[in-house]
Design a protein around this ligand. Structure first.
Ligand code: FAD
Length: 295
């Protein structure tokens, strides 16, 4: 029987993951580990057998966990990774901090440049891993450094070039976990910052199914094109498979209307890709990460 190293944080075996994902689908984690803090995570990594797969998740707002669940260790950063330190020209945020909380802290400190984060429902760790962006801002434009815990259990600080950030992508070393990041900001006008955040909120609520079981943009925009326009032109708006559906409001979003499985959502996404390729010749690239084993 496999046992994990003794750490200060929490370890659950065969732990349900669906309840912690935005889509509310997917099978269990063989081990769901919530390390107490960075030191605890380093200790875990150092002692884990190398053949044990490691997967980090944040708010799971950009994930389809497959129905067969995830083998090995799933690391979900919790309270010990939520500190936010405000500096005169930036913010140092723990990777479990929500993007919106960081945007609000920046606003409360009259720092501008991080308003775009208020529209992204994930964590800072997920934002670095995905080079998240919205409304003209993205992580690559504000990141000074990120700290990672490597598979060997070391903490390393990397800059954006070393991270190879590109559109909704970072070249993170295999199995590395982002634990902290410093984001640049500039002193700004409190009223203007609040107005920008309000504008982002209103635009999002009008154009995205923000209260649904969804995973954000399903496919990355191909260069010079909008994925949603290609999906719409291929006649996929509202397309269904079981309880999975292409959103009527924003057709680059998939929805779980209640009892969809990860298999339904992934198959619907593949159907959309095939239809778009037939109608436009463009092969869409999944932006949502699909992880784990099929059911
Ligand atoms: C309604 C809605 C709207 C959205 N709008 C936007 C948008 O405007 N712009 C945008 O960019 N995204 C958007 N998204 C997608 C999503 O919020 C972002 O991709 C976000 O950055 C993912 O963060 P997360 O913490 O949820 O990461 P997860 O979904 O948990 O994980 C995403 C990826 O990051 C990796 N990861 C997560 N945490 C870590 C970590 N600490 N260390 C290493 N790897 C890690 C995971 O392994 C996975 O590969 C939206 C999603 C929803 C549901």
């Amino acid at each position: 029987m496999i046992t994990l190293p003794d750490i200060r944080g929490r370890i659950a075996k065969d732990a349900a993951l669906a309840p912690v994902t935005w889509f509310r689908v997917g099978g269990p984690a063989e081990f769901l580990v919530r390390p107490a803090d960075t030191e605890d995570l380093c200790a875990l990594m150092r002692q884990l057998p190398l053949e044990m797969p490691v997967t980090a998740i944040g708010a799971a707002s950009n994930l389809i966990v497959r129905d067969g669940g995830i083998q090995g260790v799933v690391i979900k950063l919790a309270r010990g990774f939520g500190d936010i330190v405000v500096e005169p020209d930036g913010i140092i945020a723990g990777a479990a901090s929500l993007d919106v909380t960081v945007a609000e802290q920046a606003a409360a400190s009259c720092l501008s440049g991080l308003e775009f984060l208020s529209g992204i429902p994930g964590t800072i760790g997920g934002a670095v891993a995905m080079n998240a962006g919205a409304y003209g801002g993205e992580i690559a434009g504000v990141l000074d450094w990120a700290e990672l815990v490597t598979r060997a259990g070391d903490v390393v600080r990397v800059n954006p070039v070393e991270l190879g950030l590109s559109y909704r992508h970072a070249d993170l070393p295999l199995d590395a976990v982002v634990v902290r990041a410093r984001l640049r900001a500039q002193p700004g006008d409190a009223t203007a910052i609040a107005a920008r955040m309000q504008e982002i909120k209103a635009r999002r609520e009008a154009t995205q199914p923000v209260r649904a079981r969804t995973g954000g943009s399903t496919f990355a925009n191909p260069p010079g094109m909008k994925a949603w326009e290609l999906i719409d032109a291929a006649g996929c708006r509202g397309l269904r498979r079981g309880n999975a559906q292409v959103s009527e409001l924003h057709c680059n979003f998939l929805l779980n209307n209640g009892e969809a499985t990860a298999g339904d959502l992934e198959a619907l996404g593949e159907d959309v890709r095939a239809r778009v390729e037939r109608s436009s010749g463009v092969k869409l690239r999944w932006e949502i990460k699909r992880i784990g084993v099929p059911g």
